[in-house]
Design a protein around this ligand. Structure first.
Ligand SMILES: Cc1cc2nc3c(=O)[nH]c(=O)nc-3n(C[C@H](O)[C@H](O)[C@H](O)COP(=O)(O)OP(=O)(O)OC[C@H]3O[C@@H](n4cnc5c(N)ncnc54)[C@H](O)[C@@H]3O)c2cc1C
Length: 351
């Protein structure tokens, strides 16, 4: 948007924009499509192993583990070269509205008010504006993820996914980062899976032979984050407030892949937001909403249904092994489609 001549101010709570509370970033996104360099790719995968209790399925196909800091470095460079006014260490605490409820300003922790004609909420799960405007649940549900950066013993072009009762209420992953390092992580739909803290449960997972055969944990620097798993959202604006990203739950509900879907949503939104700023016509905001819905709403509802089924499988090894067996019968191309969230009936029911 800034590149098209729109004056953009980015208000970010973190003082350091390249500091993250977690670094897992597996993705099917094509770097070139969004103007990234190949430097964002930490590991180019050629295969993935899907582990349930008794069945271990190796499938071949391309996917990527991205270097999160490099992704954000390149996004930031783009913002700066296009003249975005980036204000780090600026946390939005309050808002000002006119009597009609239209947003007229956002107020940071120092009491400074920032005014604009359009406010885009990209605050992730915090949903700083979207929850006030009914675009996000007041108390959204979150999946929680925890991870360690560890020594990796397997091939750098192979990732692992884990599923079943040992990973109750969620799933585990090992994503190679290059240089014999990997991220091992566990994402849970419960804060206390199996009645213990998430961290205790994760430590138990890390002691499983299926994990210790692949990694060696050599530090205690645990990281983590939260991912909204609310029902599929289909409304993305109210007055002059627009939501993009986790603030309106635009990451895939199935595997939690956020970046590719959120960059797509942003690409859909940008031309309509530019047009809105030129004309002040609310129909432009509706066009963003409509285009996203036409492209993703049906798919996201399907992801949501499969997420519920997957949750049941995570509580029952027999069901997990059955789902795993189904995966085993798939050709690599179909497996790749399913794992990247491209879920069609034919991919589900045929090899
Ligand atoms: C453990 C875990 C693993 C994941 N793994 C993957 C993966 O492998 N692949 C993938 O594609 N996705 C993954 N995701 C999902 C992905 O991280 C998110 O979908 C994505 O980060 C959401 O982007 P966003 O820009 O909407 O929000 P965020 O990345 O959450 O960014 C929101 C920003 O808003 C700032 N902010 C918040 N409140 C305020 C405020 N009051 N004032 C100013 N600024 C504020 C925050 O500091 C933050 O920088 C994972 C998520 C988790 C939790």
């Amino acid at each position: 948007m800034a590149g098209s001549g729109v004056r953009v101010r980015l208000l970010e709570a973190k003082p350091d924009l390249l500091h993250f509370s977690f670094k897992t970033l597996g993705s099917f996104l094509e770097p070139e499509k969004y103007g990234f360099s190949r430097k964002i790719v930490a590991s180019e995968l050629t295969s993935m192993v899907f582990h349930s209790r008794w069945i271990h399925t190796r499938k071949h196909g391309p996917a990527r583990i991205l270097d999160k800091a490099q992704v954000h470095r390149e996004l930031l460079e783009k913002c700066q070269s296009n003249g975005v006014d980036v204000l780090a260490g600026t946390s939005i605490k309050n808002v000002r509205q006119d009597p009609d409820g239209q947003l007229t300003g956002v107020i940071d922790q120092h009491g400074t008010e920032h005014t604009a004609r359009l406010y885009v909420d990209c605050s992730g799960g915090k949903a700083v504006l979207t929850h006030r405007y009914g675009l996000m649940d007041k108390h959204p549900q979150f999946a929680l993820g925890v991870e360690y950066n560890v020594r990796y013993k397997d091939r750098q072009d192979c990732a692992h996914l884990f599923y079943g009762e040992n990973f109750r209420e969620g799933y585990g992953w090992i994503f190679p980062l290059g240089g014999e390092r990997a991220i091992v992580g566990f994402g849970s739909l419960q804060q206390k899976p199996a009645g213990m803290s998430l961290r205790q449960f994760f430590e138990r997972i890390l002691a499983l032979p299926v994990i210790t055969n692949l990694i060696e944990k050599d530090n205690d620097d645990i990281q983590g984050g939260a991912f909204p798993i609310s029902d599929v959202k289909t409304k993305f604006f109210s007055g002059n407030v627009v939501g993009i990203g986790d603030s309106v739950s635009q990451g895939s509900p199935l595997l939690g892949e956020g970046y590719r879907f959120i960059l797509e949503a942003a690409s859909i939104a940008a031309p309509h937001l530019i047009s809105y700023l030129a004309n002040g016509d609310q129909q432009d905001l509706q066009r963003y909403e409509r285009e996203w819905n036409d492209t993703y709403a049906q798919l996201f509802h399907r992801h949501k249904r499969l997420q519920r089924l997957a949750l049941r499988g995570s509580r029952n090894d027999l069901l997990a092994d059955t789902l795993s067996l189904m995966m085993k019968t798939k050709r690599s191309k179909t497996f790749g489609k399913l794992i990247s969230g491209d879920i069609t009936s034919s991919a589900l029911w045929f090899p």
